[in-house]
Design a protein around this ligand. Sequence first.
Ligand SMILES: [Zn+2]
Ligand SMILES: [Zn+2]
Length: 138
Amino acid sequence: MNVTHHHHASKLSRNQTEILSCLRKSKEPMSAYAILDQVRTAGISHPPTVYRALAELIEKGMVHRLQSRSAFVACDHGACNGKAAFAICRECEKVVEISLSDKDERVLLALSPKGIAPENVTLEIAGLCEACRPAKGA
Ligand SMILES: [Zn+2]
Ligand SMILES: [Zn+2]
């Protein structure tokens, strides 16, 4: 058994710890099935187990869901209140988390037209990271 104790993971269940460390090791967002593939060796083999642990990690602010690709990333800051936008490289899928202030969020929500009462906002910026830019320009 290879059990690693992470400081921040002290209150996490074993499944949550496995899935979080898998996401932290990944350089790109992972779908639930990609995660399932990785954690099979740790004895997690049922999709509902993965979905439940992901939902709990999202609740704790330690994992975020990228709506545009139905994929998951570990929080850049360990954990946050989930008020975050994301910039995603369209070449290598590198994701950078952008913290949104309360004011940022209010401004974005205020874009909603009269007919829709805004509840939450998802902001994902696509572009090219530094590493992918020179190669594309050459
Ligand atoms: Zn975060
Ligand atoms: Zn890139």
